[in-house]
Design a protein around this ligand. Sequence first.
Ligand code: PLP
Length: 457
Amino acid sequence: MLRSAELKSRIETNGLASVTDAARRVLENLRSEIASGNLDSGRLGLALNGVDVAIRRELDAAARYSLRRVINATGVILHTNLGRAPLSEAALEHIRETAGSYSNLEFDLATGERGKRDIHVDRLFRQLMEKELGEALRPALDVSTIVVNNNAAAVLLALNTLAEDGEAIVSRGELVEIGGSFRIPDVMAKSGATLREVGTTNRTRISDYESAINEKTRLILRVHRSNFEISGFTEQPSLAELSELARRRGLVLMDDLGSGALFDLRSVGVGGEPNVFDSLRSSVDVVAYSGDKLLGGPQAGMLTGRADLIAHMRANSLFRALRVDKLILAALEATLMAYVKSDHDSLPLLRMMRLSKADIGRRAEALAVKINAADMHAELIDGESLIGGGAAPSSMLPTKLVAIRSKSATADQLMKQLRESDPPIIARIGDGQVLLDLRTVSVDDEASILKALSAGS
Ligand SMILES: *Cc1c(COP(=O)(O)O)cnc(C)c1O
């Protein structure tokens, strides 16, 4: 096989060793398929004829990156499995410029002395808070922000700094799990703070918090119900009530907000989802939130709040272990700059959230016409895009979906064909049809979708 004309050129480009390896892997697969009785003699003939194609495909796959760009046609804007928020052009450019060279990451250009890495973004967070909250911040609050690896790390660092060896009070209705590995009671245990549960699943009153306070109590933790809702016979105190209690009893009030929007979500038709400003306006001492959810930036966890508390967290040795690198800070600085300049449409997340059903419908219509011309059946149906990423669980954005059926393939086969195209395309299935939501697809990627669909027909 290695002497065959088909593989000769690949040996010249890829080297004899890797072509030999690839050939062995392909033959090994074939042997095990034969042994398991999966190949009858007709299909075996086909498989044998395709061996050199399979070897070349194997070589291409081995030379390709494992982490790849994909086209997200699910309509889930913050898809945790697909990398949450895509970065803006400005963020990518800022990473390129500062990380491809040396930077003043921890160097004060004014004095020529060592500087702090947080100051690059802290100043922008300050500007945003002042612009949004103005007098509400003054004179009592000096607010600052530090950045760690993700929101899970932010909650861990804050609890460890502010409540280690003491108690933190949490409502039983807020002992949440966000994705398999972030559970409030577990993070609490790791932080060295003792969890003091109060109230019940559906109802917790301010008096429940008050009567749990003792000499060991350090902190009251409010956790946002990011990915679920409790409805019916329910009750929970407002942040303002909690903050009054914390003040009166000399405790810290912390809000694990999760998604951390820096804009008013009602502007995109999503109600009831608090943003970072709402928390600070309610006199929360420390807010923890993610960088790659509704903020629309890189993976990061922010702690914004009273400057004296934030200074303690920065001095904690855990901070060194959890801090972020220059790539993240560059992406975050550029993302925040968009908010400072009110240039919201430069952030892909906000652009996608603002697309109207009519805009999406027009693009969907044009794509459906082309898909039908390629001998498949496509029609438009009403549907909903999801914000996702554990944010705003019940709010959906109305959209138009392209629903596709093929004459020769099942929906599962079609999904596989889309996943195996380059770039891979991820869609969803509903009612036995493949559903595409163009809200999360760029106009430039529509041609790739059409090409991938046509390849199988
Ligand atoms: C998402 C979320 C977290 C975890 O944030 P990551 O940035 O994914 O680590 C923690 N708490 C709440 C309330 C969240 O919504």
